[in-house]
Design a protein around this ligand. Structure first.
Ligand SMILES: C=CC1=C(C)c2cc3[nH]c(cc4nc(cc5[nH]c(cc1n2)c(C)c5CCC(=O)O)C(CCC(=O)O)=C4C)c(C)c3C=C
Ligand SMILES: [Fe+2]
Ligand SMILES: [Fe+2]
Length: 342
């Protein structure tokens, strides 16, 4: 009998056992590559005021009246191009990353995963960790570069859940790791391996990050600076004879000005300027997803070759590569320090 049990009245609810939980989180994805599920997912994602910073009174009519009636069909078609037997690549890879961390971190922790939009939802998985006895939770949004639209909204969602609890778990959050040597080393190692395996030598390696409205930079979001720093540190580590680098931003959305230069314009511009052999990597994405597998690997190839390019390769994200998992383990262990034995 523990000290706590001895001191409790007979009718007291069971006392939790003080385990440590890790919740790995990524953006989210539809449950199926069809119009209905894509519409539900986009409705939740694009209603997040951290993502679209337009007052709801002005934005919701545009979202409900136009975007959710046109985009789901087009996006569902794009998702169909990349969907796997096990589901959406982003969900499958995130699940596998969490499973690998469970094996590496062992019984000292319980590792689970969630998606910020769609399923499995953050509140549900926090509850599951608590039901399993976790009194301490490390929340790990897998975004190397901080942005209010990604990192902050994960913390908000977890806080919304904690707000409803009498007995809250202790929470730690994984900080952004855009300039962490473990991350830069993992990228350098994994991209070198992939470049070595190509059947051509690229003249240009495009480092493409997800875009954001330009306004977020002006309002003080560190995202753009984090991307630029990752890019610089990676270039310093990835010196290869004859290889040039450029940093670009992809996935423009809506009419506002977004961070530039735009990845799609750059594919065409480079080809027109005579670049024949190009590789593209997306260091800001922890897992391959629609934005890398469809927008870069499929559309990007078309944009580059139609404008006169000859050889094209879209490199994989860290996913469950050895380098990627080593990095994740390093980052998680550091944040778990004091909570689990070293
Ligand atoms: C206002 C719109 C958007 C902002 C701001 C935005 C920021 C942002 N997104 C990611 C990562 C991902 N985005 C993904 C898909 C996606 N993104 C937007 C819009 C904004 N993103 C849309 C509408 C979509 C859905 C697909 C589509 O209809 O085109 C994904 C992939 C999801 C998947 O299911 O595979 C990721 C990952 C970051 C990192 C970011 C800001 C830094
Ligand atoms: Fe996005
Ligand atoms: Fe996209």
């Amino acid at each position: 009998m523990t000290w706590q049990e001895q001191n409790l009245p007979a009718d007291h609810p069971p006392v939790k056992s003080g385990k440590v939980g890790v919740l790995v989180v990524n953006l989210g994805t539809p449950d199926a590559p069809e119009k209905g599920p894509v519409k539900r997912y986009l409705g939740e994602f694009l209603s997040d005021r951290r993502v679209v910073e337009i007052p709801p009174i002005a934005w919701q009519p545009i979202l409900r009246g136009i975007i959710l009636n046109t985009r789901p069909k087009k996006s569902a078609h794009a998702y169909q191009q990349v969907w796997t037997d096990e589901g959406s690549p982003l969900a499958v890879i995130t699940r596998d990353q969490a499973a690998a961390m469970q094996v590496r971190l062992g019984d000292a922790v319980m590792v689970d995963w969630a998606m910020r939009y769609g399923t499995p939802a953050i509140p549900e998985r926090i509850q599951a960790l608590m039901d399993a006895g976790c009194e301490r939770i490390l929340l790990a949004p897998l975004y190397p570069q901080y942005s209010a639209a990604t990192t902050a909204t994960v913390v908000d969602k977890a806080a919304d859940k904690l707000r409803t609890m009498r007995w809250q778990p202790s929470l730690r959050t994984l900080p952004p790791y855009h300039d962490d040597p473990a991350y830069i080393d993992a990228l350098a190692q994994d991209l070198s391996r992939q470049l070595d395996a190509l059947d051509f030598a690229p003249e240009l390696l495009l480092l493409s990050f997800h875009g954001m409205p330009q306004r977020t930079l002006e309002l003080g979001d560190p995202y753009h600076c984090h991307c630029q720093k990752t890019s610089r540190l990676l270039q310093e580590r990835l010196v290869r004879p004859g290889l040039r680098f450029r940093t670009t931003f992809q996935s423009r959305f809506g009419p506002a000005k977004w961070l530039g230069p735009a990845t799609d314009d750059t594919f065409a511009e480079e080809a027109q300027a005579g670049t024949k052999r190009l590789a593209v990597a997306a260091p800001g994405f922890s897992a391959d997803c629609l934005e890398t597998l469809e927008e870069l690997a499929i559309q990007g190839r078309e944009q580059f070759t139609e404008a006169g390019g000859a050889q094209f390769a879209a490199l994989s994200c860290l996913n469950t590569s050895a380098a990627g998992l080593d990095m994740l383990e390093t980052l998680l262990r550091r944040e778990l320090s004091g909570w689990i034995p070293a």
